[in-house]
Design a binder for this molecule. Structure first.
Ligand code: SF4
Ligand code: SF4
Length: 253
């Protein structure tokens, strides 16, 4: 099977009568195997439009299923189940239940963009993977992923001050993902950084951690950004027909 192929027929969709006789003919067992039928209500007709309404998903309709994205994909090389072409196919057809079977794989995209460079139709498959992961979260099919937690923490700091302070981002990320702050790898990294950083730089970093500096005159930019983000969130909530909490609920902790 070529790397981008994927069978839609799964063992649970096959049904066999152990004992069946039709017009006097015994068709028990394999002779009576049939594939479960699909009916129109099995399809989610809004799914493609919903994913297209999210950032990165805008050009999903251009996909012609060539498979170049999957063939070039970094994660697919490690796990053949990671298949952007297949998920775009499912989304465009509205095959939600099939897509949900892979909901714990989709967020594993590492945003390397190899697929985007390989795509002959400018679909921006990396963006579609982001939009799909976002869609799964907003619809409550998956909990908030670590990458969304990181994006949220990072963005909120930029919106608030116009600056980033790495230590604060890491602390905020760990708090959101309920991880302990003292982790062996982090302690080791901090030790190595300290060993090689000039004293003045360390003092400046320490002060930045304490004082939380702001970009001067940031107030107007902050208000404009917050207004834009609120508009976008409302637009996405409307496109995905989400409730008042904007979809942040069901599967989230
Ligand atoms: S951006 Fe994601 S989907 Fe695209 S090649 Fe990289 S890992 Fe694969
Ligand atoms: S490379 Fe582009 S056109 Fe080809 S399957 Fe992937 S997204 Fe679709």
């Amino acid at each position: 099977m070529p790397i981008h192929e994927k069978s839609l027929i799964r063992p649970e969709n096959l049904h066999t009568h152990e004992n069946l006789e039709i017009d006097g003919v015994d068709v028990s067992g394999d002779w009576s195997t049939f594939i479960q039928t699909r009916v129109i209500s099995d399809y989610d007709e809004d799914m493609e439009d919903e994913v297209a309404a999210l950032p990165g998903g805008e050009y999903i309709h251009r996909c012609w299923q060539c498979g170049s994205c999957t063939n070039s994909c970094t994660v697919n090389a490690l796990d053949a189940e990671f298949n952007p072409r297949y998920w775009i196919y499912l989304t465009r057809l509205g095959m939600r239940d099939e897509l949900l079977r892979d909901k714990d794989l989709i967020w594993q995209c590492v945003s390397c963009n190899k697929c985007t460079y390989a795509c002959p139709r400018d679909v921006n498959p990396e963006g579609v993977m982001k939009a799909l992961a976002h869609w799964l979260e907003l619809k409550g099919h998956t909990p908030t992923s670590p990458s969304t937690h990181f994006d949220t923490e990072f963005s909120e700091q930029v919106f608030a001050t116009g600056k980033i302070e790495e230590g604060r981002v890491i602390r905020g990320f760990f708090a959101r993902t309920k991880q302990p702050l003292m982790q062996d790898w982090l302690v080791e990294m901090a030790k190595r950084v300290i060993r090689h950083l000039p004293v003045t730089m360390m003092m400046r970093m320490g002060l930045a951690g304490l004082l939380r500096p702001r970009t001067s005159g940031w107030g107007k930019a902050r208000d404009a950004i917050n207004e834009y983000v609120a508009e976008q969130n409302a637009k996405h909530a409307e496109a995905l027909k989400l409730g008042a909490d904007g979809g942040h609920g069901a599967a989230n902790e």
